[in-house]
Design a protein around this ligand. Structure first.
Ligand code: KG4
Ligand code: ZN
Length: 341
């Protein structure tokens, strides 16, 4: 029988637990926190309180859904970072307590590696075609935007990253100024799909190498709206779909431009997207189009594995556990991006 791994994710505002048997997913339970919506963004203190309320029922449910007994778990994988410290503390402390009570090893997981390795989660009766090593991961989430050269399950090399905002943050901030609520990415995506992406253009930054910048696009949107609202106070309502389409197209152009460069520099044509923004329909179709045009093999995660989930933590934990990596009870949560190891 393959290893049974329990994964626990609590880095931001989703409490999640999942059980894997080898690469096969047995269960994946998620509790999202609605409490943040009315504030237009995640409130760290409220997030950690909600994790405290959710963690026990979520883990219990994941074990019940999996059909295995809690005693069958071979290792407990948990997100050690990056993320909100108060949120991470809940999952980390719970994982440690469980590790002591079950007498099972702990495996710490870098949340970003989890997003990337989500391509390797297997589901019964579903097609399975993960990327081949080495591949380039376009990691796009609410907290990070990176291009990562993935040599194998344990060897990650960041070759490009944002120098300011993450792309998901840019989507969320755009939605906020347009009055579309939080999280904004999915709403902007839906409205953009009905808008004209070339009617309004926003500034594209000039950043050397493979690094990104997204804060200038947001500022460009703010100035644009400020000017337009002077002559027409209803400008946003009247043009919402086209504004979203133009803004989204700009972000996608920036991402695709650097990805193209990364392919040229590395010669790697296996491209795998990951992270919350990889759910974006415009980005998904831009990647598929580029794949056809340039002969890339493009891997898009199923939508359920794009945003934060514990299945991705369990799969990353599985490969670490298989290679003998376990973590001590003294491993602290870390809020900043850990070096990829
Ligand atoms: O990976 P994730 O769940 O959390 C982090 O690790 O940050 O990503 C969340 C981000 C949010 O910024 C959210 O607005 C964005 O992913 N997102 C989207 C879409 N779905 C989620 N952005 C654009 N289009 C979407 N369809
Ligand atoms: Zn994430």
């Amino acid at each position: 029988m393959s290893e049974i791994i329990l994964g626990i994710e609590s880095s931001c505002d989703d409490t999640s637990a999942a059980v894997l048997e080898g690469e096969y997913l047995l269960s994946n339970v998620m509790a999202s926190q609605e409490v943040h919506r009315k504030y237009g963004g995640v409130i760290p203190e409220l997030a950690s309180r909600a994790h405290q309320q959710n963690i026990v029922p979520v883990v219990n449910q994941a074990i019940a859904d999996s059909g295995v007994s809690i005693k069958d778990i071979d290792a407990i994988a948990f997100t050690r970072g990056p993320g909100l410290l108060g949120s991470l503390l809940v999952g980390t402390s719970f994982a440690k307590g469980l590790s002591i009570s079950l007498d099972r090893p702990l495996v710490d997981v870098n949340h970003l590696q989890g997003h990337i390795l989500s391509h390797f989660i297997r589901e019964k009766d579903k097609p399975y075609a993960p990327p081949e090593f080495p591949f380039l991961a376009l990691l796009v989430s609410g907290g990070h935007s990176q291009i990562v050269k993935v040599h194998d399950y344990l060897n990650f090399e960041v070759i490009g990253k944002t120098i300011d905002d993450a792309v998901g943050e840019a989507f969320d901030k755009c939605a906020k100024v347009l009055g579309l609520g939080y999280p904004g990415g999915p709403v902007v995506d839906r409205l953009a799909s009905e808008g004209d992406p070339v009617r309004f253009r926003f500034a594209r930054p000039h950043v050397p190498g493979l690094d990104y910048s997204f804060s200038g696009v947001k500022t460009s949107l703010l100035y644009f709206l400020r000017d337009m609202l002077k002559s027409d106070p209803d400008f946003i309502e009247k043009n919402m779909k086209d504004i979203c389409a133009g803004f989204q197209a700009t972000l996608i152009d920036i991402l695709m431009d650097k990805l193209l460069k990364a392919v040229r520099l590395t010669g790697i044509r296996q491209i795998a997207a990951g992270g919350g923004v990889s759910a974006n329909s415009g980005l998904r179709s831009a990647l598929l189009k580029a794949g056809e045009k340039y002969g890339w093999s493009v891997y898009l995660p199923p939508l359920r594995f794009t945003t934060d989930n514990a299945a991705m933590i369990a799969i990353a934990g599985l490969y670490r556990f298989r290679s003998g990596i376990v973590s001590g009870l003294d491993a602290p949560p870390v809020s900043r991006a850990l070096d990829y190891k």
